[in-house]
Design a protein around this ligand. Sequence first.
Ligand code: AMP
Length: 250
Amino acid sequence: MKILLAVKRVVDYNIKVRIKPDGSNVDIDGVKMGINPFDENAIEEALRLKEQGVATEIVAVSLGTSANQDVLRHSLAMGVDRAILLETDADLQPLRVAKLLKAIVTREQPDLIILGKQAIDDDAGQTGQMLAALLNYPQGTFASTLEVNVNEVKVTREVDGGTETIALALPAVITADLRLNDPRFVKLPNLMMARKKPIETINASELGIDLAPSLKLLQVNEPAARKVGIKVGSVKELLEKLRTHEGILV
Ligand code: AMP
């Protein structure tokens, strides 16, 4: 079984981002970037399937500029077999990403495609669903467990108030939830070795896909500041305030 993974380069999850003074976007100048955390869960799951003898090859693909090589090297250091950079400096929105990934799927013919359930920069949570629709493949989104049997994959997915388990015929698209696993740490020697591994680069413009954005970002705003909390002296006082909504439930 061949697995294709999509890994996105995003602002490191520890960074508190700032908005540009003109409100046009988030300011990522000089900000630490890294692999999207959900995509690490996708990698980890693929590696486990390979260790169990279920998967034979794992390919990671990232879309963006040459800077995206760092997340591909991280993926190689974790243990993926091959890395592909789909190079473009276009503003990539989920539908464009899905269309470009579809082109790679057509070329690579994977049995299983695993994405993150969402990218922590745009929080769109759309690419996996769009990719599955474009390919006409079944989709198992927000996966918290995965079990591959001969021609199908069983996915337990997070839904409101619990989980549901579904069986998908292969090939299929999965999106990984954080509950899927705990990604392994990347050891320094593996990172060093990954530096020497080749990354196949494909110019996205060669794929004949319209990269013009279909969405326009109008404005980015800080979340409204939260009102300062108050300390109450006793449970009785708390209950009284909750009952009267006095300065608490605002
Ligand atoms: P989103 O729909 O933007 O929240 O992203 C969901 C998932 O799609 C991510 O976790 C990645 O697996 C994949 N993805 C989105 N953008 C890219 C990209 N530029 N390169 C590779 N994978 C991506």
